[in-house]
Design a protein around this ligand. Structure first.
Ligand code: CA
Length: 160
């Protein structure tokens, strides 16, 4: 399976790690686990995950910092998982670019449903962007923007 999606789990609670990883494994997702902010940053760059499931309370800092760092360079979906109920923190996480927020305790089905929904939306968005950017097509006319080539009825035409 070449097209497995890789998810970065950032969580320091063993029980929750097992719970999340088992839920993802069942759905055939690949995952890597970080237990601290430091590990999360290292694994993010090393693995280029398609999504992050993020706990906010980490031993060496706040998961909020990870959202900030990731959003500077990437639009991958981020789902925040937290035991904290404070509305303010939820809003801050979403403001900084988290896509969703799920409060512990939650069911594996709920988690997997959200993972699927966000991954699918993200994949659709990135595919659409590529299509729109690279080709413009009309009947009998095709413009390949990235290669700067124009085809009329499948024949290439040259312009200055
Ligand atoms: Ca925690």
């Amino acid at each position: 399976m070449a097209d497995k999606h890789k998810i970065l789990i950032v969580e320091d609670d063993k029980y929750i790690i097992n719970f999340i990883s088992m839920s993802l494994k069942k759905e055939d997702y690949d995952y890597v686990i970080a237990k601290t902010c430091g590990e999360a940053n290292a694994l993010f760059y090393a693995n280029r995950p398609d999504m992050i499931i993020l706990d906010l309370g980490l031993p060496d800092g706040d998961g909020i910092e990870i959202i900030k760092n990731v959003r500077e360079i990437s639009k991958i979906p981020i789902i925040v998982v937290s035991a904290r109920q404070e509305e303010e923190e939820k809003i801050q996480a979403l403001d900084l670019g988290a896509d969703d927020y799920i409060t512990k305790p939650f069911s594996p089905n709920e988690l997997v449903a959200r993972v699927k929904a966000h991954l699918n939306r993200y994949i659709r968005l990135t595919r659409k962007r590529i299509d729109v950017n690279e080709y413009i097509e009309y009947p009998g006319l095709k413009i390949d923007k990235s290669a700067r080539r124009v085809f009329v009825n499948e024949e290439e035409r040259f312009f200055t």
